[in-house]
Structures are given as C-alpha cells and as structure tokens.
Design a protein. Structure first.
Length: 358
C-alpha cells in the first residue's frame, strides 16, 4: 500500500513539474539556432508593418497558442519602442502554434493576406524600414515552404509589381512592451480608428476581395427579400419621393450600408441637410465601395452612383455640395440600411467605431 502511495505521489509531482517546464519552455528571446519550445509547439516569425494589425488574424486560428508582438533583425540588444528603429529592427509577430492543428503553409496563407508584399518602403501609412515586410524562417523546412509560397504568389498575377518580401533566417526576437501586446483588445477604439485610417484594409479588400457580409441572390430572391420600392430603386435604377423616405432627416450617428450587399457606404459624420429631401453626403465612407458611372437618361448627363459589390443603384453625385469636398452624394433611402453606432460591433463593423469616439 505504501509503495502504491509513493508511486502516486511521484507521478503527481512529475506531472506538475512537466507542466511548469512547458510553461517556461518558450524563452523571451531566441535565434534560429536556439529554438526551445513546448513539445508539439513550433514557432513562426513574420514582419508585416504595424504589429498591432498582425496579431488578430493569427490569434483567430485554431491551433495558435500565442502571438507576441516584438522587434527583430537589427543590431541593438534589448530594443525598446523608443529606439528599435535606430538599431535597424523591424516590427514582427512571433507565433507559437501546434502544427498538428494548423500548418506553416496555413500561416503563410494568412500572412500574405495581411500585407503589401510589393512595397519596399513600408506598409501603408507607416513608412520606413521599421515597417517593411519579411518572413523569418526557423529551419530548412520553413525556408523551403516560405520560398515556394512566395513563388506561387508572384506567379498568381495578383500584383502588378514584383513580390519583394525577403525570406531570411530568423534573428533574435525581442518582445515588445506589455502595452503593445493584444493592443486591438486593450484599446479597441484607438485601434479601430488607426486601422480605418491606415489604408491597410482598403488595399486588402481591393487585392483579395471584400471580407464583408455579402448577399448573392438572383432576381427572384431579391424580390422576396426587398420591398417593392427597394427593388425598384436598387435593381431598376428608380428614384424614391423626396421628403417621404426613411433617412432624409435622420440625425442619428452611425453608418449606412448597401441594402443588398451590406457593404459600408456612407457615414453620418459626412451627412448634411441639403434641402433636397434625400439623404445627402459630402463623401463616401469607403471610397472603394462606390462606383461612379455616366448617366444620360432623362435628356441630361449626370453621374450615377452604384455600390461596388452589390451593383445596386444608389443615387447620383453632384458638384454643388459644401466644403471640404464640394460634392453632394444624393442617395435613395431605399438603397440603404442604417446601422447606429451602438450596433456597429454587433453587426460586424467595429472597425468604424473609432470614428465616433469623442
């Protein structure tokens, strides 16, 4: 009986010791020749411009254990946010992942969809060497996979310019300060404002397709889902009556999306009282979601406005608007759906919440 009890105690301490060892297995810094990770866990290192924007896409993946923002590739030891650029470091994210659940190829696939691999001067609004792209590999297998992935991307014809993202052996990784870790969770409003103004999402939407709630329906489906007026306006280029529509005098803060495709079109921040009886805006919320076409109907020449993905007729744009644009996007309420600020996150448009932060 004593032997059995002694064995049980040894097993308990052995298990606890093993768990502690695994928690301590991932060091604060390491290089290509010193990879010490928990059993079954591998490591990847990517540079993609602002590390705030690179954490969330990887953290969502099943099998990713952690994503840590940091600095790598420079000459100085223990860099900080104040001086990492002076030492030639770039912003990176270090990913620990279970290769039995998510492969390195899958990580590469996610990586390419976060960056502009043709830009040698930085990423989007962030310029300079500190914000350039790079894939840092741990071991020969990662190197081969990264090079094959880069070649496939270059051959895809998706980019007009050459894919120049360098692939190099992983240098020493230095974790960034704690306040940088999971910044999008700790500071959602500031992050959303930065993200919406950085130009990253516009580029990615244009390159890879809009990651929005698209609704693809044929005409019969649309007829069953839309009201007769909504169908007439969006599908038959119709016009609703002035002053007798839903949003002409709406003063609530929020955004307006396409009633068909759900793509974001306009913001209440750019809405003004034009006196025409239709909702009017000085500029689009997301310019890439707007298509302008010449309209010669009704014996005149006007500029029609349609949605990019939904191809819905929205209205027309005129050059008699107020400053700063001098434009009047005169829209039909029937082509729009209004989302109040309080519902933006619930509706999947949390990236615009920062615009309304006072």
């Amino acid at each position: 009986m004593k032997k059995i009890l002694l064995i049980a105690i040894i097993l308990v301490f052995s298990t606890v010791g093993s768990a502690v060892a695994k928690q301590q297995a991932i060091p604060e810094t390491f290089n290509n020749n010193e990879i010490k990770v928990a059993d079954g866990v591998q490591t990847a290192l990517f540079a993609g411009g602002c590390f705030w924007c690179m954490e969330k896409p990887f953290e969502k993946l099943d099998g990713v254990a952690s994503v840590v923002s940091g600095y790598a590739g420079g000459t100085t030891v223990n860099p900080t946010y104040k001086n990492y650029g002076q030492g030639g470091h770039v912003e990176v994210v270090q990913i620990s992942y279970d290769s039995t659940k998510v492969s390195y190829d899958e990580l590469l696939n996610v990586y390419w969809r976060q960056v502009d691999p043709t830009d040698a001067g930085g990423q989007f609004v962030d310029r300079g060497h500190s914000y350039t792209t790079a894939i840092f590999y741990y071991g020969e297998q990662q190197k081969l996979q990264a090079e094959a992935s880069k070649q496939a991307l270059a051959a895809s014809g998706r980019f007009e310019k050459p894919v120049i993202t360098p692939i190099a052996s992983a240098p020493t990784f230095y974790p960034a300060e704690e306040y940088h870790q999971d910044y999008y969770q700790k500071n959602p409003i500031r992050y959303a404002f930065y993200r919406s103004r950085s130009g990253r999402d516009n580029f990615l939407d244009k390159t890879w397709g809009k990651e929005i709630k698209k609704v693809k329906m044929d005409k019969s489906d649309l007829k069953s889902r839309l009201t007769p007026l909504q169908y007439k306006v969006t599908q038959k280029d119709g016009t609703e009556p002035p002053f007798k529509n839903e949003y002409w005098d709406n003063k609530q803060p929020g955004i307006y999306v396409d009633i068909v495709s759900n793509e974001p079109l306009f913001s209440s921040l750019d809405k003004y009282k034009s006196g025409t009886g239709w909702p009017s805006f000085t500029q689009p919320l997301v310019k890439e979601n707007i298509v302008e076409k010449e309209d010669r109907s009704f014996f005149s020449v006007r500029t029609e406005v349609r949605s990019s993905s939904g191809n819905s007729h929205l209205g027309h744009v005129f050059t008699d608007g107020p400053a700063p644009t001098g434009l009047r996007y005169c829209m039909n309420s029937a082509a729009l759906r209004f989302i109040p600020v309080d519902d933006l996150e619930k509706e999947g448009f949390e990236q615009f919440m920062g615009l309304f932060d006072k």
